[in-house]
Ligand binder design. Structure first.
Ligand SMILES: Cc1ncc(COP(=O)(O)O)c(C=O)c1O
Length: 329
């Protein structure tokens, strides 16, 4: 199993600091997520049903014709490699590592690409898989380039998979509206912008044949009743979505500015995290952890990902801790 951010229990054990004394910035989850109400008792007591309004709410929110709810986009990341015979799949080398891991595990050939050589390798690929915006680098793409790459792939039965887990703040860049085209698959998550990481809910946006094949692999009742209810309400809450988009833009800029005071500034990011390369990233991560702040460390290239603090107190704690990191002195 791969390591991920959010592994606070492990950090607490490693550094001997009680769990409740940590500031967890190791994920890109909105710290001020959608306010979950009590769900109806019936949602616990009955089998989940498809005609409960969730698919409709998702189609509206994503502006997509065909949606398949899944128990977190991670489930789709694991299942999609099962749907193709031996394939050559290209993806950026620095990306959410579960993609490469799962395609390799199913015996596919994974080509590590850089942003600059995608076009060059495209003729060799059956599948191009991009995270947009990329986690952790924040790399973005122009919609017309993505659609052009999709067209080239789909002509020969290939796929473009776009993992849009961090797209909710910038819906204008989404390919969701084009997912009725064969071979174009978009993954969405309720675990980031909506902050509903524990609910385990995501969506696959894809044309009906592929959606049906995936559904077959996942089996019935893929998403629990309480999660379906909460997801439907969150996806329908347009006022919360609008104000959250505005808030996150401000918070992301604040984090960028704060990190810029202690280094050359982040090398990339999204509205939910900032990514910073530093030759001493390991040492900085350790120095922050000793002060009870958990950030995500990447070995290659040496870098750190900082999620957003959730309260004024947490911003203050982060600022104080950064000041005490010797390398920044
Ligand atoms: C880029 C990306 N895609 C997908 C996921 C999986 O998210 P979830 O299964 O919670 O929808 C993650 C989780 O960190 C991620 O970073």
């Amino acid at each position: 199993m791969l390591e991920h951010g959010g592994n606070l229990r492990q950090a607490a054990e490693q550094y001997g600091i009680p769990l409740d004394q940590w500031l967890d910035l190791s994920t890109g989850i909105n710290p001020d997520g959608w306010p979950v109400p009590m769900v109806s008792p019936a949602s616990w007591l009955h089998l989940p049903q498809e005609n409960d309004g969730l698919e409709e709410a998702a189609r509206d929110y994503y502006q997509a014709s065909h949606v398949l709810p899944v128990a977190g986009s991670q489930v789709a990341i694991q299942a999609l490699p099962l749907l193709r015979p031996a394939t050559t799949v290209g993806m950026l080398s620095l990306a959410y590592a579960e993609h490469a891991y799962n395609w390799s595990r199913q015996g596919h050939t994974v080509l590590s690409l850089s942003v600059d050589n995608i076009e060059q390798y495209l003729p060799e690929l059956d599948v191009l898989l991009l995270i947009h915006p990329n986690n952790p680098t924040g790399q973005t793409y122009r919609v017309e380039h993505l659609l052009d790459w999709h067209q080239q792939l789909s002509k020969r039965g290939g796929w473009l998979i776009v993992d849009e887990a961090f797209m909710d703040s910038t819906p204008q860049w989404s390919l969701a509206a084009y997912t009725d085209r064969p071979g174009l698959i978009v993954l969405r998550s309720l675990g980031k912008f909506f902050g509903l990481a524990g609910a385990r809910c995501g969506f696959v946006l894809a044309e009906p044949v592929l959606r049906a094949r995936l559904k077959e692999v996942l089996g019935p009742w893929a998403v629990s009743g309480p999660t379906r209810e909460v997801a439907r309400l969150a996806l329908s809450d347009a006022p919360w979505q609008v104000s959250t988009r505005q808030k996150l833009i401000v918070q992301a800029e604040r984090l960028k500015q704060l990190l810029s005071c202690y280094s050359s500034g982040p090398d990339g990011g999204t509205s939910l995290f900032q990514w910073q390369q530093h030759s001493e990233a390991r040492v900085i991560c350790d120095a922050l952890a000793r002060q009870g702040i958990w950030v995500r460390y990447f070995e290659y290239p040496a870098s750190l990902r900082f999620g957003l603090p959730g309260t004024e107190g947490q911003w203050h704690v982060l600022q104080q801790a950064l000041q005490r990191v010797e390398i920044f002195a």
